[in-house]
Write a protein that binds this ligand. Structure first.
Ligand code: A2P
Length: 337
């Protein structure tokens, strides 16, 4: 029951993690095609004991592929995902190109796996990293008590901006330590030793697109357009792992103790919640390089009769992108029986 797989954007930060996770999870791969732009075609990438040559997406024949994992940006997905689907591949797309289309399911593997089957266009979308980790933790609360409103501030690592963003944080940090200028290129202002309340484009309503993704995607994934989301998205000088300070208001009262108990057995969640030094998750001590969505600082909101506070941390490249895409691929594979 092996399957021919393509990774589109294989040389990128997410593509590289997809490859690693396919190996870790022993995904039954027949032929593996690593695709990128003409710039990196011909490079060799290690896959287990083998080395695989990167191929140029523009000249690749998509009929060779059963499942294609796309992570090469929205414009590449818009152009090539329909071509792969037309050639018979199931496309799992990590960009925002199709996320808001009614005929494209938006799937978090622990939350709405049943949606994978509803893919008339042969395309399944992977949610934004911030929405992904938030909903792994909040879906059990929604099922139990009904979420009315979510107030969320994100603390997002630079790896969400791809390899060039990782390099910019490293370069600026070294430059500033050596009394040189930060010279921002990838980010609008200096990111090293700073915070930037601006991710993705500004919208007409004054929010950024990254913030609106939390609104649109939460409603679509939980299947409830009445859920209110009030987001602020901030880029922080962390390499890997997004953190979120979340206040969730529920229709029915649910206590912090109940939430903690529920999350202890929730799929994909690990509770790290002791009120002592280090008794909480951080990007460096917990998330980076690991699969779970870590939840800590679970507290009753003393200012509201039906609200709870949580601190949610996860590796944005893994659960936030590559891992979920591979988990969705596993769901597609399972359909074959
Ligand atoms: P390449 O290395 O050839 O530029 P990241 O998000 O880490 O920056 O990675 C983006 C990924 O998308 C890389 O693998 C990059 O390949 C790939 N990519 C970008 N533009 C294209 C394109 N026009 N065609 C194919 N792959 C692309």
């Amino acid at each position: 029951n092996s399957c021919n797989v393509a990774i589109v954007g294989a040389t990128g930060a997410v593509g590289e993690a997809m490859l690693r996770i396919l190996v870790e999870r022993k995904f039954p791969i027949g032929n593996l095609h690593l695709l990128a732009s003409a710039r990196s075609a011909g490079e060799k990438i290690e896959f287990g004991a083998k080395k695989i040559v990167v191929e140029d997406l523009a000249t690749f024949d998509p009929s060779k592929v059963d499942i294609a994992l796309f992570s090469a940006g929205g414009s590449v997905s818009k152009e090539y995902a329909p071509k792969f689907a037309a050639a018979g591949a199931v496309v799992i797309d990590n960009s925002s190109a199709f996320r808001y289309d009614d005929d494209v399911p938006l799937v978090v593997s622990e939350v709405n796996p049943e949606q994978v089957k509803n893919r008339p266009r042969g395309i399944i979308a992977n949610p934004n990293c911030s929405t992904m980790q938030m909903l792994v933790a909040l879906a059990p609360i929604h099922r139990k008590a009904g979420i009315e409103r979510i107030n969320v501030a994100t603390y997002q690592s630079v790896s969400g901006g791809g390899r060039s963003a990782l390099e910019e944080l490293g370069r600026q940090t070294a430059a500033l330590m050596n009394f040189q200028d930060a010279d921002p290129q990838r980010f609008p202002v200096q990111i090293a030793f700073n915070l930037i309340p601006h991710i993705d484009d500004f919208q007409d309503n004054g929010y950024t697109k990254e913030e609106m993704k939390l609104v649109w995607e939460t409603r679509k994934i939980l299947g409830d357009d009445s859920i209110q989301v009030n987001p602020t998205a901030v880029r922080v000088p962390v390499f890997y792992g997004h953190s979120e300070a979340v206040n969730v208001e529920t229709r029915e009262k649910i206590s912090a103790a109940q939430v903690r108990e529920m999350l202890l057995s929730a799929p994909g969640v690990e509770v790290v919640d002791e009120p002592k030094a280090g008794g909480y998750p951080t990007p460096v001590t917990h998330a980076s390089g690991n699969d779970p969505v870590y939840v800590g600082r679970i507290r009753d909101d003393y200012s509201h009769p039906r609200a709870v506070n949580l601190w949610i941390v996860s590796d944005n490249i893994r659960k936030g992108a590559a891992l979920n895409a591979v988990q969705v691929a596993e769901l597609v594979l399972a359909e074959r029986g």
